[in-house]
Design a protein around this ligand. Structure first.
Ligand SMILES: Nc1nc2c(ncn2[C@@H]2O[C@H](COP(=O)(O)OP(=O)(O)O)[C@@H](O)[C@H]2O)c(=O)[nH]1
Ligand SMILES: Nc1ncnc2c1ncn2[C@@H]1O[C@H](COP(=O)(O)OP(=O)(O)O)[C@@H](O)[C@H]1O
Length: 215
C-alpha cells in the first residue's frame, strides 16, 4: 500500500557523488549499485586520459583530446571539470540536467574538486559519499591487484592518496570499504533515505491535498 502511494508522488532526481583515493573501490561499488538499482544512471565523464584495457568509449568515459575538452569547457557544456593526475576530466551538463528534471537519480564518480563545484552550484540536489580504504597498505595492494596501471602511475596515485583523503570531512557520508557487499548496502541505504527527503518529493503538496480533500 505504501509503495503504491509513493509511486504517485513525483520527485526531483538527486546527484549521488562517490569520491575516494584511487584504488579504494568506488568504481566497483558504483557498478554493483547500478546493477541493483534501475532508478539511478551513471554520469559518463569526458576525459583526456588514455583508455585502460577493458574500458569502452561511451561506457566508462568519453575519451577526447585536449582541444575538444577546452572547447566543451569554454562553451559551458561541462557541469564541473578538474585536472586530476595530469589529465582533464569533466561532467557533460545536458544529460545530467535532463535526468534530474525527469526525476531520475544520477551517480557521479568524480573527485573532491568536482564535488565542491557541484556543491557550490546545486547543493540541494547533491548527496556526497566519501569512500575510505581500510588501510594504506590495502590501498596499495588494490592498486596493484587492479593491474591496469604501470608501477610509475601507481606510485603517482599513492602519492596523491593522502591529498584526496584530506577532503573526507567535506562529504555528507563516509564509508570504509572493507567488504564490497556491505559498502554497496550502505550506499543503497543512503540513497533510500535521501530519496524520501521532503524537499525532494515535489509532488507532496498535491498528494497531501488529495488526502485532506477526502477527509
Ligand atoms: N572532477 C571530476 N573528477 C573526475 C571525473 N571523472 C573522473 N574523475 C576523477 O578522476 C580521478 C581519476 O579517475 P580515473 O583515471 O578513472 O582513475 P580511478 O581513480 O581508478 O577512478 C578519480 O578520482 C575520479 O573520481 C569528472 O568528470 N570530474
Ligand atoms: N572491498 C574490497 N575488497 C577487496 N578488493 C576490492 C574492494 N573494493 C574494490 N576492490 C578491488 O580494488 C581494486 C580497485 O578498485 P576500483 O573500484 O577500481 O577503485 P577506484 O575506482 O576507487 O579507483 C580493484 O581491483 C577492485 O576489484
Amino acid at each position: 500500500m505504501l509503495k503504491t502511494m509513493n509511486a504517485k508522488i513525483s520527485r526531483r532526481g538527486l546527484m549521488l557523488v562517490l569520491s575516494s583515493p584511487s584504488g579504494a573501490g568506488k568504481t566497483t561499488i558504483s557498478r554493483r549499485l547500478l546493477d541493483r538499482d534501475p532508478g539511478i544512471t551513471l554520469s559518463v565523464s569526458v576525459t583526456t586520459r588514455p583508455m585502460r584495457p577493458g574500458e569502452q568509449p561511451g561506457v566508462h568515459y568519453y575519451f577526447i583530446d585536449m582541444p575538444e575538452f577546452d572547447r566543451m569547457a569554454g562553451q559551458g557544456e561541462l557541469l564541473e571539470h578538474a585536472r586530476v593526475f595530469g589529465n582533464c576530466y569533466g561532467t557533460p551538463r545536458s544529460t545530467v540536467e535532463q535526468a534530474l528534471g525527469a526525476g531520475r537519480d544520477v551517480l557521479f564518480d568524480i573527485d573532491w574538486q568536482g564535488t565542491q563545484q557541484l556543491a557550490a552550484n546545486a547543493r540541494n540536489d547533491l548527496v556526497s559519499v566519501f569512500v575510505l580504504p581500510p588501510s594504506g597498505t590495502e590501498l596499495e595492494r588494490r592498486l596493484h591487484t587492479r593491474a591496469q596501471d604501470s608501477t610509475e602511475v601507481i606510485a603517482q596515485r599513492m602519492a596523491k592518496a593522502s591529498d584526496e583523503i584530506s577532503h573526507w570531512a567535506e562529504y555528507d557520508y563516509v564509508i570504509v570499504n572493507n567488504d564490497v557487499d556491505e559498502s554497496v548496502q550502505a550506499v543503497q541505504a543512503i540513497l533510500r533515505a535521501e530519496r524520501l527527503r521532503r524537499t525532494r518529493q515535489v509532488g507532496l503538496p498535491a498528494f497531501v491535498q488529495s488526502v485532506q480533500a477526502a477527509l
